[in-house]
Structures are given as C-alpha cells and as structure tokens.
Design a protein around this ligand. Sequence first.
Ligand SMILES: [Zn+2]
Length: 412
Amino acid sequence: MNGTLHAPRCRSCGAPLAVGVVDLGLSPPSNALTPPEALGRGETFYPLHAFVCERCYLVQLDVFASPEELFRDYRYFSSYSTTWLAHAEAYVKEMTQRGIGANHRVVEVASNDGYLLRNFVARGVPVLGIEPASNVAVVAREAGVPTLDEFFGVALAQRVRGEFGTADLIVANNVLAHVPDLNDFVGGLAALVAPNGVVTIEFPHLLRTIEGMQFDTIYHEHFSYLSLVALQPLFARHGLEIVEVTELPTHGGSLRVFVAPQGSRAIDPSVGAVLAAERAGGLERLDTYVDFGARVAKIKDDFLMFLLDAKRRGARVAGYGAAAKATTLLNYAGARADVIPYVADKSPHKQGNSIPGVRVPIVAPDRIRADKPDYVVIFPWNVEAEIRDELADVRGWGGRFVLAIPELRIDL
Ligand SMILES: [Zn+2]
C-alpha cells in the first residue's frame, strides 16, 4: 500500500483486487457502541467495500485497521449466549464420539473465555486456548482453561508445538473470517496439526450470505467471506486439504470443514456435494458477485423509502436488536433517529448507548410497550422467530413487524 494510489491485493493469493462486490460506504467499526459520554465527540469512519478476487474468488474487505485495534480488548464473552454454550457442548460431544480423548491434545484458536475447551477439560483432555484479547484470556485461565493471550500464526504455532506438542485436534470456530493474514494463519495450522490430526473450522457460508442477501453481515471485523471454492487453494498452498464438510444452521447458514494434511485421510462425499452446490450457485462466476451488489442497493432503497414514507404519514417506527447487523444497515442507509427514533435491546450492557455512526439510542424493550409504535423493525433476521415470540403483544395494539432482509417485508 502506498500513500497516493491504493491498490489492494487478495489476502489469499495476492492477485490485485479490481472487482467490487458491494460498497456500503463509510461506517464506524461495529464492535463498539457509542456510550453517552462520547456523544459530544467525533467518530472515525472506515470504508466498507467488499471485493472479489478474480483468481481465487475470495470475497474480502480491504485492510483498514490493525487487529490490535479491533480485538485486543474484545468485549464479546461467548459464555453470555446460551445458544453458543449448547453449540459448543454438542461439538465437544461429537468430537469425543469421533475418538478424541485423554491421550490427545486439543488446541483452540480464538478460544474466548474457554466456554468450549472447558468441556474437554471436564473429560480429562489436555487443552490449550489461544485468545488475543487479554481481558478475555484472564477469565478463561481463572476457569481452569490454560490460555495464551497472543495472535495465532506460524511463529506462535512453532512455539506451541515445541512446548505443548502437536495438536490432534485444532478448533477454529468463527475466527478465519476475522484473520487479516490468511496465509500466516493457515501456515500456523499446518505447522501445529499432528500428521494424523484434524482441524475443524466453522464460518458463515458465502453461498447462504448471497442467497439470503445477508449483506448486513458485512462489517469491518469480518475481513473474509468464505466458500469451499476460495478455501481449497488456500489450504493446498500449505499442504492441507478439506476432507469433510458439515452444514450448520448458525449465523444464517455456516459450514464446519474438517481439514487435514494432504493425503492423510479419505475425502468424504460431503466435500464434493457442497462444492457442486457452490458451482450451481454461481460462486465461480464474477457476475454472481456483481449482481449481488446491485440487489443490495435495491434493498437499501426499499428500506429507506419505507422509513421516509412512514415518517411522512406520521406513523411511528421502532427498531429491535442492537447487533452489528443494525449498525451496518442503518449506516449504509443513512437512517438516523429522525426516521427510527430508537432501537430496543434486552441486553442491559447495550441500553443507554447508541448505535455508532447514526447515533440511534438503544433503549430497554419496555419502551416499545409504552410507546405502542405502528411498526417494529427486526434487525437480527437470524433470530426473527424468537423476537416475534418475545414481542407477541405488538400485534395486540395493531403494530406490524418489518424486516429489510432479504427483501422488505411488512406484516399484514
Ligand atoms: Zn485471490
């Protein structure tokens, strides 16, 4: 990168990135909400522009900030989500059934507060967590999960291999998309995994992102948007290959890929099946990505027209669910408190803050019951059914639910 002409390159294969997929304009980092004491100050906005690599089809954002800036004091504690705790427990049970036991070593990259590894600890399996957010790593160690607070890559992998030994299982759930240097990370996996070991990696599936028009999952901490088509050459570069794939319902449709040293295991038919679905879905054609961008712009226009029309008619609108998805959509649409006065959220840690950038206040869900708005916009479409249940009384006063994605829907 130089100061005058910015020419991004693919973070996997190094080819120049020239084909834009979707340009969501400028947006503040979505991992931090704006606290009341910061309302009098400015905020830094960064470009949110996704490209697709013409050579390897990796969809990716240009680098804008250092990982230290984004993840060193990460506030997301996995143990706060009961759904994730259950997901982790089910995963550990499955790996145990596949033969991982007390005579094996398990390493988890981005191990958070140890919510997953503690299930292995309880079964007497030696574990090591790697979690760069120091404040989170402390919590893991206090819970009895040995944890290094460092960034994972080739250098750390070699050190861990020397001190802890090779890993029979490396767990890398929902971390690959957040990795700035993919080759250093995957090179680290290759250096640490035992010759007969396996790495499991979970990530939101780009095929589902495109099919479901889930463009609000594009935010700064998500550097890469992954498919088997794009991952195969990345792993092959480091002597690894995908040997099995499981489809998961998490994050609007995720994959768990099992990755092993090349030639060490038979390739399960699930790999060919998912690859065929990706090809049928057009993931090896550039026009698929360009078309996605055009449809995203239409969804934004429809959502904004709805908000403006409601305001002009004097109808009242509330939002629900102050997740990163809301930050992306509201900033992309330029929708501020004059068209959507607040977003309710049941997390007390979020209430009293504002959505960054657009500065829409976050309030307790009781506010919706007191106000009885005409429309409630649901931002986290992945838990739509749960929210409709929680807010069932909205229908009682004639309120209607609105979803912007995959296309504008207003309850009848
Ligand atoms: Zn590439």
